[in-house]
Design a protein around this ligand. Sequence first.
Ligand SMILES: Cc1cc2nc3c(=O)[nH]c(=O)nc-3n(C[C@H](O)[C@H](O)[C@H](O)COP(=O)(O)OP(=O)(O)OC[C@H]3O[C@@H](n4cnc5c(N)ncnc54)[C@H](O)[C@@H]3O)c2cc1C
Length: 294
Amino acid sequence: MKPPEFDYIVATDCDTALAALARAGGEAKILAGGQSLMPMLNFRLLHPSILVDINRIPGLGFIEETPDSIRIGALTRHFQLETSSLIAQHFPVLSCAVGHVGHLAIRNRGTIGGSLSHADPAAELPMMAVLLDATLRIVSAAGSRTVAARDFFLDAMTVDLIGTELLTEIVLPKLPAQTGWGFEEIVRRHGDFALAGAAALLDVGAGNVVRRAALALCGVATLPVRVEAAEARLIGQPLDSTLIRSAAAAAWLVEPVSDIHAGAEYRRHLAQVLSARALTDAARRAGVDVPSVV
Ligand SMILES: Cc1cc2nc3c(=O)[nH]c(=O)nc-3n(C[C@H](O)[C@H](O)[C@H](O)COP(=O)(O)OP(=O)(O)OC[C@H]3O[C@@H](n4cnc5c(N)ncnc54)[C@H](O)[C@@H]3O)c2cc1C
């Protein structure tokens, strides 16, 4: 199908983009990589009055290190994240996860800002933002604000952004050295959206006691989730396969939806199995030799 008619503006700086968004009074759509927006326009699921193309705004695509964080510009392409040595050094779980987004052609164009704003419940990057306690910087003609990723995702394809706002930056706080990580997902075919995915971080101290744990899931709810009950079971306990099995079982609490790709019960099963596998990999990468539990 062809998209409905719309006006089109190429913004070459943020002020121009924000002014166009304000003028359209919420009826505009921002065009970043176009990998989700264009299909939605072609299916006529959206009818914006104008597209504000942000691809020519300099300074929106970057990966920079500060003493305690990595800052990522919203226009950073998936492929840039995948091949960044800074990301590989500080967030190998993110390097791994972004390599599972669609196919290379999609990763060449798609952006982190577009993926987070689009908020597909099965998408990898929203799960990463929640796992890594990202903070998002949002600007509009009226000013700027920051929001924690865990508060940004409200429902399927619904985020804390209004039509006059632009997501400009994602800030990831650095992790303790030696943090172990795991990433697992199930897809029907290479490049498909995941039926379900899990990602884990474990920081382990003396006696293999877990100092810090994070477990996030995608595809098993209408938004990416942190499994706080699992994290609570892990923290302060010596890490072994029994503890991992018990923590992963907490993923049973998720409330998946059934769709044409998979039923809710199967997704709930995947949530537990993938959690166990991701936690096992995270334990091993943190230096704790645990046997596989599933
Ligand atoms: C065949 C195919 C397979 C795919 N497989 C996967 C997959 O496995 N996993 C996955 O995660 N994704 C997948 N995707 C989606 C892909 O990751 C997209 O790149 C991503 O969802 C959107 O990023 P984009 O830059 O293309 O955004 P766009 O399509 O340009 O925009 C998406 C939405 O976000 C808004 N937006 C964009 N940038 C901003 C911003 N800076 N501030 C505010 N709003 C903004 C737009 O207005 C629009 O509503 C797939 C896409 C295709 C076509």
